[in-house]
Design a protein around this ligand. Sequence first.
Ligand code: EPU
Length: 290
Amino acid sequence: MAEAIPLRSLTTLRIGGTPVVYHAPRTQGELQEALAECRRVGLPWRALGGGSNLLVDEGALPFAVIHVHGPGLAGVRRLDQRRIRVGAGTPTARLLAWCRAEGLGGLEFMAGLPGTVGGAVSCNAGAWKEAVCDHVRRLHLLTAEGRPVWRARERLRCAYRHTELQGAIVMEVELGLEPRQPRLIARRMRECLEARGQRHPRRRPSAGCIFRNPPGHSAGRLLDLCGLKGARVGAAEVSGRHANFILNSGGAVAGDVLALIRQMQEAVRRRFGIELQLEVRRWRAGTRAA
Ligand code: EPU
């Protein structure tokens, strides 16, 4: 167990209070011990990767955080011509650099995605109509009961920004990729990065897209048509570049973001009759459900 630290220092939105317990396991064994300890004392837990796609409440948080990022939980290994095994704590950028050097293609669309591989898989992160679970073969999970198991992709019910993990923590990911020339991989990665750079806000902290795209629509476009770019509550502000991003313009608290989220939902409901659903995950101070 490490000293508890406020999650605002570990989330890309730079918001969030302090969990009762903070575990920073360095190995799979320590990860299993951390979960066993939570179970022993009856404390709910949350697994943290790179801290993107998260909106965390302020104050004292009634759960443990298990931070899956230690060196023993990161790393990439080639299994054969097309398969690799990746530690959940590996930053996505490091995985992509490795794939480029090794001449293994398929994940180029992830260029510019923040966070860790475990986080990307558990949210089925995606861009440009591709998603990470398209390439997953199986996952090495630590189940909510503390049992390590391998689970095949077919059992994960992967869908748009969704993977069915049933409370399990991702420890390792096995991916199937395609041999491809490094220069072609580099070119595609550059294109994805450029496209991202043109569309998304760059400098100030955000959690990524706030809402899921409703079927057949872009949430960003709907919000833009409602004139919400630049709307503010406290220090939370809708990006002027892309209306599905909320920025922390310095010292925003979760309440600011939530009030802005409600305004955005209300505007889209009134104008289009569409109910926007959150894409970011919330970690609330007031609930104990895992
Ligand atoms: N648009 C506007 N105004 C805006 C934002 C977008 O008119 O403020 C228009 C764009 O001009 C474009 C359309 O809406 O015609 C779609 O925009 P974009 O290409 O930016 O894609 P998106 O649907 O808003 C999705 C994902 C992003 C992902 C991009 C690129 C969701 C919720 N968002 O955004 O993912 O990076 O496609 O593939 O699925 C994320 O998951 O956090 C995320 C940012």
